[in-house]
Write a protein that binds this ligand. Structure first.
Ligand code: NDP
Length: 328
């Protein structure tokens, strides 16, 4: 079978390329899946290239999510022919992932293909969309205040789905982007306002600014998150999803003390089965399919070495959906 394999010798840099490997090479697991689609997420960029401490053993097959058809199963919950989706559980990091024609995983890590989705649509959502849904659900649990909801890293995978979801739920959405040429794309997803990255990202010594945002989905971290915290309305919440702009948080405690701001951490990796099913049900109900289609950038296994580099530089728009069985 074909797979994107990352190899690393000693202190050399990892090298990624498409190879023919044997199904017998797959790691142990109860369910073997014929993979149809996978995607390119920020973490995949790390795992295809420098590793970022995520890859434990080489050779490695990345791909942190996939959708496909069960081929063999030692678990009563799944039988050959069932359509399934996987996100999380460190698949594609610590366990071989979706960048191969087949994957072998624990049954506990899978979710049946959500009703109403094709395997391609499920991967257009993928880890990024699943995480965006978790972030929106966390904001809802804490109450979204009046006023626009800020989405940072808006043209990326998490950001694009968050914009479309929040708009479909009836919220005004302010999309922060460093790429002004993506304004039409973001408006089409439902953004009512485009905010230039440099406007929000500029450093200020003021811990509090005008109360502006009714909530925030932050995919960027760093200065952007620190600045957003000081601009939240009283009692509003920020769902912190990612660190595309850096892991440091140069903030003060003032927004928490004087404005009752909530900082909610979102982790898509270790979500229990019930939460996964609940989030997928909400995605099926609330995410407009035409908006999802507009986010798809198709790719093949052969494109992955270049796409891995591109996503780490913030150069990918929307969701890159990889047709694992297509040869470029
Ligand atoms: P993408 O690369 O698709 O999107 C990130 C976006 O952030 C870019 O498109 C860009 O948007 C913006 N951006 C990139 N670099 C910078 C920078 N230096 N400063 C400011 N903005 C920047 O990644 P994903 O959407 O897949 O993931 C986003 C983050 O969320 C990553 O850190 C990822 O690891 C994390 N993540 C976390 C999950 C969890 O479970 N917590 C699950 C999934 C992802 P624009 O050009 O519009 O500004």
């Amino acid at each position: 079978m074909r797979a994107l394999v990352v190899r690393k010798e000693g202190d050399e840099k990892p090298i990624a390329g498409v190879e023919e490997i044997s199904i017998d090479d797959l790691p142990a697991g109860e369910v073997t899946v014929a993979v149809e689609y996978s995607t390119v997420n920020y973490k995949d960029g790390l795992c295809i290239g420098p590793g970022g401490g995520l890859v434990r053993n080489y050779p490695h097959v990345p791909g942190i999510d996939f959708a496909g058809t069960v081929e063999a199963s030692d678990d009563d919950r799944y039988k050959p022919g069932d359509k399934v989706v996987l996100t999380g559980w460190r698949v594609g990091e610590a366990h071989w992932g979706g960048y191969a024609e087949k994957a072998r995983v624990k049954a506990d890590w899978l979710v049946p293909l959500p009703a109403g989705f094709s395997t391609e649509q499920a991967m257009a959502v993928g880890t990024a969309g699943f995480t965006a849904m978790l972030a929106v659900m966390a904001l809802e649990d804490h109450g979204i205040k009046d006023g626009p909801v800020l989405v940072t890293g808006a043209s990326g995978g998490v950001g694009s789905v968050a914009v479309a979801l929040l708009a479909a739920l009836g919220h005004e959405v302010a999309a922060v982007t460093g790429r002004p040429d993506n304004a039409d794309y973001l408006h089409a997803l439902g953004a009512t306002q485009i905010v230039a990255r440099e406007d929000i990202n500029e450093t200020t010594k003021r811990p509090l600014e005008a109360e502006t945002w009714g909530g925030c989905v932050d995919a960027v971290g760093g200065d952007m998150l620190a600045r957003a915290l000081g601009q939240m309305k009283y009692g509003a919440s920020v769902a912190a999803v990612g660190l595309a702009g850096g892991a440091a948080l140069p903030a003060t405690v003032i927004p928490f003390l004087l404005r009752g701001v909530n900082l909610l951490g979102i982790d898509s990796v270790m979500q229990p089965y019930e939460n996964r099913v609940r989030a997928w049900e909400r995605i099926a109900k609330d995410l407009p399919m035409d908006k999802l289609e507009a986010m798809i950038q198709p790719a093949t296994l052969d494109d992955l070495p270049d796409l891995g580099k591109s996503i780490l530089k913030g150069g990918v728009r929307g969701r890159v959906v990889v047709d694992v069985n297509k040869v470029s």
